[in-house]
Design a protein. Sequence first.
Length: 208
Amino acid sequence: MSRTVNLKLPLDEAAVSELQVGDMVNLSGDLVLVGGLPTHERICEYLAQGRELPIELRGATILHFGGYNYESDGQFKLRYLNPTTSTRFNPYMPTLIRGLGLRAVGGKGGLDAASAAAMREVGCVYLSFPGGACTLFTNAIREVKAVEWNDFIIHYRLVQLQVEDLGPGTVAIDAQGRSLYDELSAGAASAMPAILHELDRSRAETPH
């Protein structure tokens, strides 16, 4: 049975292991936005080279979120937040999850089997956020704590936020590897023969 859980960041392994597919969550604390392919590529480069990242990401929660960002008087401003599609980052996520020991990743669209396997190894969950709830997400922002990699265009920068009750997010892949996406796909596949049979029957009964 699904439940609603208010999570304090950073998460520890015990808290993550208790989350189950279908749980609804709200996040409070520090997290990092990682919304662009160049951002993922650079994190992987830093890990490969053993370099220290400018924002601490070990054991962190990262979100595939974009939105409208701008600079005013030299200050980074966020007008609104919204999830972006995580599947774009599948090639990088196993490296990030294992290399950083991430506890939670969030966005929309899910992650692939290789990412889910990495999540199971380190104790990490994937949180799915609705694409139409940008007002709720934006209202959860309490502070922009850090902005790094300013050589990138503004939407690709590494941004650390403090948030309060950012949600709702749904645990779509849990730390045991159970995936809501796999279960929905399997359910659709099992229902397809009956649907096709009914369509064939309806066509056969329709007068020509």
